[in-house]
Design a protein around this ligand. Structure first.
Ligand code: HEM
Length: 165
C-alpha cells in the first residue's frame, strides 16, 4: 500500500474523463437549446476523448484494486466502483457509436439517454471512489496526518540493525 507512484496515477488521471464527459453532455444540451451544429460536433469529439481517457485511467484503477487485500470491504467497494465506472464508459462509448452512425455527429434520443444514465453512474462511481480513499484509506500513506512531512523530504527510518535493540 506504500507505492505512492501507483496510487497517485489513478486519482490524477480520472479528472480528465470526468471533466470531458460532463462537458460533452453540456455541449449536447447547448446544441439542443441553440440548434448550433458546432456544439453537436464538439460534443461528439469530447465524448470520444472522455471514453479514451477514461479507459486509460481505468487500467490504473484495476492495478490499484489488485493490491487491496482480498476479503476486505475495500476490495468489495473497489470492485463495485470499478464495474460501475466500466459500465459508465461503455454507455458513453455506445452513445458515441450511435452518433457516428448518424454521419453528422447529431446526438440521437437514445444516445442522449445513454449519456445521461452514464452521468448518473459516474456520480455514483465517483462517490464510491471517494469512499475508497477517504473512509477506507486505500492509497493513504501510513504516515499521513495534519503535520506529516513532505513526501519529497528524505525521511530516513532508523535501520533495525543500527537501532541498538
Ligand atoms: C473512468 C473510470 C473511473 C473513474 C472516473 C474513477 C474515479 C475514481 C475516483 C474519483 C476515486 C477517488 C480518488 C481520490 O479521492 O483521490 C477513485 C479511486 C479508486 N478507484 Fe477509480 N475510477 C474509475 C475506474 C476505476 C476502475 C475500473 C477501477 C478498478 C477496480 C478503479 C479502482 C479504484 C481504486 C482502487 C481507488 C482507490 C485508490 C486509488 O486512488 O487508486 N477505478 N476512482
Amino acid at each position: 500500500m506504500r507505492n505512492r507512484a501507483r496510487f497517485a496515477a489513478h486519482p490524477m488521471l480520472i479528472v480528465f474523463p470526468l471533466g470531458l464527459l460532463v462537458t460533452a453532455v453540456v455541449l449536447d444540451a447547448l446544441h439542443y437549446v441553440t440548434g448550433g451544429h458546432d456544439f453537436a460536433v464538439s460534443g461528439a469529439y469530447t465524448t470520444a476523448a472522455g471514453v479514451i481517457g477514461g479507459s486509460f485511467a481505468a487500467m490504473f484503477g484495476w492495478v490499484d484494486w489488485f493490491s487491496i487485500p482480498p476479503g476486505t470491504r475495500a476490495r468489495r467497494v473497489g470492485l463495485l466502483h470499478g464495474l460501475i465506472n466500466a459500465a459508465m464508459l461503455a454507455l458513453f462509448a455506445v452513445s458515441w457509436i450511435l452518433r457516428l452512425n448518424e454521419g453528422t455527429w447529431q446526438p440521437t434520443g437514445t444516445s442522449v439517454i445513454l449519456a445521461l444514465v452514464g452521468l448518473v453512474l459516474a456520480v455514483h462511481g465517483g462517490w464510491l471512489g471517494a469512499e475508497l480513499v477517504e473512509r477506507l484509506g486505500v492509497g493513504v500513506d501510513e504516515d499521513a496526518g495534519l503535520d506529516a512531512a513532505s513526501p519529497l523530504k528524505h525521511t530516513a527510518r532508523p535501520s533495525p540493525r543500527l537501532s541498538g535493540t
